[in-house]
Design a protein around this ligand. Structure first.
Ligand SMILES: Cc1cc2nc3c(=O)[nH]c(=O)nc-3n(C[C@H](O)[C@H](O)[C@H](O)COP(=O)(O)OP(=O)(O)OC[C@H]3O[C@@H](n4cnc5c(N)ncnc54)[C@H](O)[C@@H]3O)c2cc1C
Length: 416
């Protein structure tokens, strides 16, 4: 039997790629290698429901027996140490596995600041089930928590900790929360809700050192403060896990470099999910995205490419976050937008921000307006830009429906 497809990384992307290959009719061998133990699980709940309540169980990505019944050779707790592109095999601690095609789905690793006290007990990152279990256990006794970084994972955790009665301080080096992902009006709203929930946020500062003997007792900041803390969550972002790719000689530039079919610089090698940097149809430049949507849609795409399809990857990016009582949903990419329009009432807790570039809709951020988010996905996929008057009058859905029916069932018409 031919070696078939080997997938490195059994997270959202890797697990989906294995299943999608079978759904696409791939009949050869599929080996899914994952460094973590147990079955692939949903990562987003780790900073949400897992910490809030529940019995500490993970949510599996797929139902019982799926890998076995699909003849997917799943190898948990196994780490690929090296890829030999010439011999076309992966080297593990206990042997080698040959491949015809290789999919890199290695994800990302939490960024760790190189500062004094980073190794103290009570200082955590949050990326894996092991991290989340450690945090859940430690938070039972913690009273004062410092969250380093005002990004999604830090803020979700901050809200949960504050709701369970802990004193929570967030240190954000920038001038607003979630600055890389959302518009200022959304940042301001999130800040106000967190503050109302008891979270204290300090801007323009970051941790200089963590103090304590064996366990953390305080955070020293670059602005000269000492904040008492018996628990610290470091949430300053993640870097793509490119170690194997670099060692193998694949092109890497702030992520594993891939083309618009997600093919890497060596033939028969693909990269998907958090680890890949690929040319984005909407931005017209390469990006690396960290979201479940990106990992799973890219996995489906690569399965199709391996089965002979040749359409470029062109999914609409979207992301969600649950922070306190806010459902934040983002669709499209707002990075290079030049005009923004707010619909709804931020004070009422439910609103949307439409982002335009050169008068074309490129993204929508919504807070507690899931229907607008779903509509946004359809509009951006179809290339539809709503009129400002329709947005203000709450008529976007009707206007889009009319436009789409005139455009034909395939929504093929594009707004110039
Ligand atoms: C706490 C948290 C909350 C999040 N919340 C959201 C959210 O609300 N919404 C959203 O859209 N996204 C969220 N994300 C992001 C989302 O989970 C990631 O974008 C997604 O998991 C990426 O999938 P992936 O397959 O690329 O990587 P991962 O799911 O990270 O999987 C990569 C896997 O590869 C394994 N691996 C790496 N190297 C090797 C090796 N050499 N050998 C074997 N295995 C290896 C790793 O151990 C890991 O299990 C969250 C992430 C975290 C950490």
């Amino acid at each position: 039997m031919k070696p078939g497809v080997v997938i490195i990384g059994a997270g959202h992307g890797g697990s989906q790629a294995a299943v999608s290959l079978r759904q696409e009719g791939y009949a050869g061998a599929i080996t899914l290698i994952g460094a973590e133990h147990g079955y692939p699980y949903h990562r987003p709940p780790l900073s949400k429901a897992f910490l809030k309540d529940g019995d500490g169980r993970l949510q599996p990505l797929r139902g019982d027996g799926v890998y076995e019944s699909s003849s997917i050779d799943y190898r948990p707790g196994a780490r690929v140490r090296r890829i030999d592109l010439e011999m076309r095999n992966c080297v593990l601690d206990d042997g080698e596995i040959a491949f015809d095609e290789l999919i890199l789905a290695t994800g990302a690793v939490s960024r760790t600041p190189d500062i004094e006290g980073i190794g103290l007990a009570g200082v955590f990152a949050l990326r894996t089930a092991v991290d989340a279990r450690g945090i859940k256990q430690h938070m039972a006794q913690a009273e004062s928590v410092v969250i380093v970084g005002g990004g999604f994972i830090g803020l979700e955790t901050a809200a949960t900790m504050a709701a369970s009665g802990k004193r929570v301080t967030v240190l954000e080096i920038g001038e607003r929360l979630l600055a890389r992902a959302v518009s200022p009006v959304v940042s301001a709203h999130v800040l106000s809700r967190l503050t109302q929930g008891g979270v204290e946020v300090r801007f323009g500062t970051q941790a200089r050192a963590f103090a304590g003997d064996e366990a953390v007792r305080a955070v020293l900041t670059v602005t000269g403060e000492t904040i008492a803390a018996d628990m610290v969550i470091v949430g300053i972002g993640a870097d793509p896990d490119v170690a194997l790719a670099v060692e193998a000689g694949l092109a890497v530039d702030a992520g594993i470099v891939a083309d618009d079919l997600l093919r890497c610089s060596a033939s028969g090698v693909y990269a998907i999910g958090d680890c890949v940097r690929f040319p984005h149809w909407q931005l017209g430049q390469p990006v690396r995205l960290e979201s479940v949507q990106n990992a799973t849609d890219q996995a489906r795409h690569v399965a199709g490419v391996i089965m002979g399809k040749s359409d470029p990857y062109r999914a609409v990016p979207w992301f969600w976050s649950d922070t306190a009582d806010m459902k934040l949903q983002m669709v499209g990419l707002s990075a290079n937008a030049d005009r923004h329009l707010v619909a709804g009432d931020p004070a009422g807790g439910a609103f949307a921000v439409y982002h335009f570039r050169r008068d074309r809709l490129v993204a929508i951020d919504t807070i507690n307006r899931p229907a607008d988010h779903m509509l946004g996905r359809k509009m951006i996929a179809a290339g539809y830009t709503p009129d400002e008057a329709d947005i203000h009058a709450g008529r976007v859905s009707d206007a889009f429906r009319t436009w789409a029916s005139e455009a034909g069932a395939d929504g093929s018409r594009r707004v110039a």
